[in-house]
Structure formats: structure tokens, C-alpha cells
Design a protein around this ligand. Structure first.
Ligand code: SF4
Length: 236
């Protein structure tokens, strides 16, 4: 099956399996940028708490930009790595203002996607995933974010060759997937990576994608019958 056809089929099955995706109101790009920095190396609950604490403590993003790094770190402490994240946030807000004369990112909409990505990843602490999240979710641009779940599940399914790095996967999947699939496919792969295709114990026997999955085909080849039936009792 061609990668594009396989991705469409995977997306269709995941929507049927998990149900429709939740609706959401896009946030402005600065809020998404800050929220994504906070989400690094932690879970949604803690990064959401850190985000609301930050918003409660500082009335505007300009106030965050102009605050001492220690005060930002104190507000986001619950998210972990708070000092480093506070520095990245403060630096990004300062750098955007310095380059643009204002704290806004809407101008990125006017740029080709590659250029918009380069602009964002030129900010210290902003990698390809964060840049793609800002472009896709806040600006509606065709960028495909690859986080740890998306990376793992796409490689197992065979949508990208084994050993494709996360950085390479961004480009490869963007080239091979239809842009209208970027947002639902990204969200569906995260749902699947969290619930069934987990890092350590993928639940392949209850997975709706098993018959189109390279990893499962490999398992079947290696272990075959024994995946479905307990091995015969030893006669010793
Ligand atoms: S069959 Fe297994 S490895 Fe493949 S997508 Fe499903 S859970 Fe993941």
C-alpha cells in the first residue's frame, strides 16, 4: 500500500475506533508557543497547571517577557525543568519583539511554510515540533508536528523507514501526507500512542491497525501462532 493510502486508511480506522476528535478553538500563536514549551518532558495535567499559573500571575505576554526569569520559573515550577523553560520562554518573547518590533507571530501566515519554520526554529529552545505545532494549530499552516508518540507509531506502522529520526520524520511525513490530514492524523496518532501503541507494551492483539502494521507483521513472522495461542505445555 502507498504511504498516502495507508495513512488515510489508518486515520479512518482510528476515527472509527476512538470516535470523533474533540473540537477546539485555536489559541493565538504566542500562547501556543509558550504552552508547547511548557509541555516538554512532562504530562498534560502538569503543563496545563503551569500554564494557568503563569497566566494568573502575569496579565499579558508582555508582562512575562519583562519579568525576571526567576519569577517565571516560580510560576511554572510544577511543569518541571522550570528554570530552563522560563529562560526559553523569556528569550523567545524578547527575540520576537526585537525582530518584529512587537510581540506577535501572525505575520508568519504570509510566509512559505519552510521559511516560517526556519524563523521559529531560529529562536533558542524552539525545535521543529514546537514550530510545527504553532504553525498547524494556531495559524492553520500545513506543518506536521512529530512528537514521541507520532514518531513511534508511524515507524511501527511503516509510514516511515526504520531509524528515521524525529527531525527527518517531520519532512518525510509532510512530503507524503495530504495537508488536510495533518491535524486529524497528528491527534489520532497521539491518542493511539497513549492508549494502545504504547512505548513498552503495544497492545497489538487489540489494535485496529494490526493487519496494516509492519511491526505486527514482523511479530507474526517471528512468533506466529504463539501470539494467538498459549504455547503447548512442556512434557517434562
Ligand atoms: S499493531 Fe501493535 S505496533 Fe502496530 S500500531 Fe497496533 S499496537 Fe502499534
Amino acid at each position: 500500500m502507498q504511504i498516502q493510502d495507508k495513512a488515510l486508511e489508518v486515520n479512518r480506522r482510528l476515527l472509527a475506533f476512538y470516535g470523533p476528535l474533540p473540537q477546539f478553538e485555536p489559541d493565538d500563536p504566542i500562547s501556543t508557543l509558550v504552552g508547547t514549551i511548557l509541555s516538554q518532558n512532562t504530562n498534560d495535567t502538569l503543563s496545563d497547571r503551569a500554564y494557568s499559573e503563569l497566566r494568573q500571575r502575569f496579565p499579558t505576554w508582555e508582562a512575562v517577557r519583562d519579568a525576571p526569569v526567576e519569577d517565571i520559573a516560580a510560576a511554572i515550577q510544577v511543569s518541571g525543568l522550570s528554570k530552563m523553560k522560563a529562560q526559553y520562554i523569556r528569550n523567545a518573547l524578547h527575540e520576537i519583539t526585537r525582530r518584529r518590533g512587537d510581540l506577535e507571530l501572525d505575520f508568519l501566515r504570509e510566509l512559505p511554510v519552510d521559511q516560517a519554520k526556519r524563523w521559529l526554529t531560529g529562536l533558542k529552545g524552539i525545535g521543529p515540533k514546537t514550530a510545527a505545532i504553532v504553525l498547524l494549530f494556531s495559524l492553520g499552516m500545513p506543518a506536521f508536528p512529530v512528537d514521541t508518540h507520532v514518531h513511534r507509531v508511524t515507524l511501527r506502522l511503516g509510514l516511515a523507514p526504520a531509524r528515521t529520526s524525529r527531525e527527518q520524520a517531520h519532512e518525510l511525513l509532510e512530503q507524503n501526507l495530504p495537508p488536510e490530514l495533518f491535524l486529524p492524523f497528528h491527534l489520532n496518532l497521539i491518542r493511539h500512542g497513549r492508549r494502545i501503541c504504547t512505548a513498552r507494551h503495544p497492545d497489538c492483539l487489540n489494535c485496529p491497525l494490526a493487519d496494516v502494521c509492519d511491526y505486527f507483521a514482523h511479530l507474526l513472522q517471528e512468533q506466529g501462532f504463539y501470539l494467538y495461542h498459549a504455547p503447548p505445555a512442556s512434557e517434562d
